[in-house]
Design a protein around this ligand. Structure first.
Ligand code: PMV
Length: 367
């Protein structure tokens, strides 16, 4: 058998940054996050699973036409994910897994691929294995549960799982201050905690028809960035403002962002989106030694947008763990905003899109 799934990337408005200190292995976040599913940027993944014929189970992985070998980072990440899935559902370990994955955007372009990559992998893998492993069938119609399995691969992938896509909330689940640890809870409670943090669509993609998203590529492919999973660990460890920031975002900013989207209050949304992004980058600066993800071009984009917004709010920027700006705007401003951004990064380094649907199987698409 073979199963192919397509999963979109997503852009966080309220950011995920930092794992629960006792639950790092299971990628349980310290804060909830809220993202927009991105139309037109996706990963397509085909998984073939076959019962192993003895000896060690085989895992083969081809990413964007390149064979990923065991000493490569990507192989390690997939291996870790399969290891955790195998602990929860041991039958999985009896299958050889063959994965072919393609992004429809250049990975080097800095357009995050771990979200769409792990979401597409989980979506395809679970269906492929559910043919044979009965316990996995409950995931086929339960996106909240499936989002938990994607989370075990990469945090941001959690938010690329709800099939309705659109505006997605990933709940943090167990409190960052809980005393429970994987070692001191029962098997039943362990599963309950693992499944306490999941994603769901709050508003479908067509909720806000005029909403637009502009991706810019600022990255010159220069020096290597601190990977998000390393950067966030350093922040949790050394930033004295980390937990106050987490609780501010959780209790005040996040509910306000959700309200702004619900009411399609553009001015409020734009202001909060900017503050949410700058909150993350303030924390990376307060990390010691400090981490800077933004470069001069990123700062130029920020200033340019604030100038553009002087009399009327036309755009809002957000940045993840890298210098590329993602800019939110509305249909009526999109041409003007794109023109301004093109002047900075060049015409070829811009991609304009909208909120999109969630993942699906290619066979569903044909039906
Ligand atoms: O799950 P990761 O390792 O891709 O971490 C994502 C972290 C940010 O992109 C910076 C924020 C987010 O919520 O996507």
């Amino acid at each position: 058998m073979t199963t192919t799934a397509i999963a979109p990337t997503n852009i966080a408005v309220v950011k995920y940054w930092g794992k629960n200190r006792n639950w790092e292995r299971y990628h349980i976040p310290n804060k909830s996050s809220f993202s927009i599913t991105v139309g037109g940027l996706y990963t397509k993944t085909t998984v073939t699973a076959e019962k192993s014929t003895g000896g060690e189970r085989k895992v083969e992985f081809v990413l964007n036409g390149r064979i990923i070998t065991p000493e490569m980072k990507e192989y390690e990440y997939v291996g870790k994910l399969l290891g955790k899935l195998g602990e929860l559902y041991p039958h999985i370990n009896q299958y050889d897994i063959h994965i072919i994955s393609e992004n429809n955007f250049p990975t080097a372009a800095g357009f995050a691929s771990s979200a769409s990559g792990f979401a597409a992998l989980l979506k395809a893998l679970v269906k492929e294995l559910a043919e044979e492993i009965v316990e996995l069938r409950e995931f086929l119609d339960d996106d909240k549960k499936l989002s938990v399995l994607a989370r075990l691969g990469s945090g941001s992938a959690t938010r690329s799982i709800p099939r309705d896509g659109g505006f997605v909330l990933w709940r943090r689940g167990i409190s960052p201050f809980a005393e429970e640890t994987p070692e001191n809870v029962s098997e039943e409670r362990l599963r309950e905690i693992i499944f306490s943090s999941y994603a769901e669509t709050l508003f479908p993609p067509d909720h806000w028809p005029g909403f637009r998203i502009i991706y810019t590529q600022v990255d010159e492919g220069g020096e290597k960035e601190v990977k998000s999973r390393v950067g966030m660990r350093e922040t949790v460890k050394s930033d004295p403002f980390y937990y106050p920031w987490v609780e501010y975002d959780e209790k005040i900013l996040l509910p306000e962002v959700i309200r702004a989207v619900k009411e399609k209050d553009w001015e409020l949304f734009a202001k909060l989106a900017i503050q949410a992004s700058n909150g993350l980058h303030a924390q990376t600066l307060m990390t010691y030694p400090p981490i800077t993800y933004l470069n001069d071009t990123s700062h130029l984009i920020m200033h340019t947008i604030h100038n553009l917004n002087e009399n009327e709010i036309k755009a809002a920027y957000t940045f993840d763990a890298g210098p590329n700006a993602v800019v939110f705007t509305l249909e009526e401003y999109v041409d003007e905003v794109a023109r301004v951004l093109e002047e900075i990064v060049g015409k070829d380094n811009i991609f304009i899109t909208k909120p999109g649907r969630g993942p699906y199987y290619t066979e569903d698409h044909l039906q």
